[in-house]
Design a protein around this ligand. Sequence first.
Ligand code: IPM
Ligand code: MG
Length: 369
Amino acid sequence: MKSYHLTLLPGDGIGPEIMDAAIKVLDLVGQQFNVQFDYEEALFGGCSIDRNGVPLTDETIEQCRKSDAVVMGAVGGPIWDTQPHENKPEQGLLKLRASLGLYANLRPATIYNALLDASSLKPTAIKNADIMVVRELTGGIYFGTPRGMDKGKGWNTLSYTKEEVERIARTAFDLAQKRNNHVTSVHKANVLESSQFWREIVEEVHQDYSDVVLDEMYVDNAAMQLVRDPKQFDVILTQNLFGDILSDISAMITGSLGMLPSASLGEEYAVYEPVHGTAPEIAGQNKANPLAMIGSIAMMLDYTFGMPEAATMIYDAIGEVLEMGSRTEDIATPNTNVVSTTEMRNLVLERCEGKSKTIIEMVRMSYEG
Ligand code: IPM
Ligand code: MG
């Protein structure tokens, strides 16, 4: 039996609740596919500040490096807002991304048919939309120096090297080849030199991908087009800050930020986390939507462990539960049945169990037939 070792970073707020749901799903799917996952938890974010004084310790980074993959909940909350800037939970997250070299952040906005009515956009506008935001994650204005603030001003630096743009562009083109062969490079080249540079390098990399259509868009236009006609996009390739903003917009197309999973990938390591935050206002109330976290587990099975069938089983299970009309509060509409985090978890588990029986049955029949 194959076995894999994972580090779990549940974090703060609703993090631990959604992590619990996702790991139960992973355990079940692992059993069905004959793969064993074992887990080691570590403190990360506000809970690590409370215990260790810092949001991310070197020991935790080391533990992540020794794991086959890292699964993360969410970090931050109002209690830690009084921390000095460099010690806030969010800074821990940036440190994690930088220390593990996670330069490629994949944020897929998949529209489930059952949720067409949960989105604030018209069902006809979003039906069959399927967008993958590829966000550069370890460069750009998030990490550029010099940076700082004093009484007279605040400043940051936005710069990209050729190598940084090249590798994220390759990630986007490679993904497009497995999807609909279309990349939209989003930048602000009408104003920023760093974007003119970005555009040039992306065009150069595109030479190696003649089967992929490349077009480009200024970021302000892209924000507008995403809500006007999201179906025009396949893969959106963009820098760190623009990707942060555009992925929240694309999440709302799906109905809720609580639906959007993500994978943060580098040459050696991978972290899987939902795009949403810690939702402190509902933390501990068993109300959070665990589907983004469960979807992140599916992405891990696909990208890190090469188990696309297991991933599909989870996505299909999620689709079926939504079809049945069960919704957490964030995606509830009239005539749907509001369920808690644990109820949603159990429904997904049941659907996965049902499916694996069908899969096992099919395998048995193929032996007998
Ligand atoms: C995200 C979040 C983070 C980011 C914050 C929490 C630092 O908004 O993952 O999108 O800005 O990258
Ligand atoms: Mg964000």
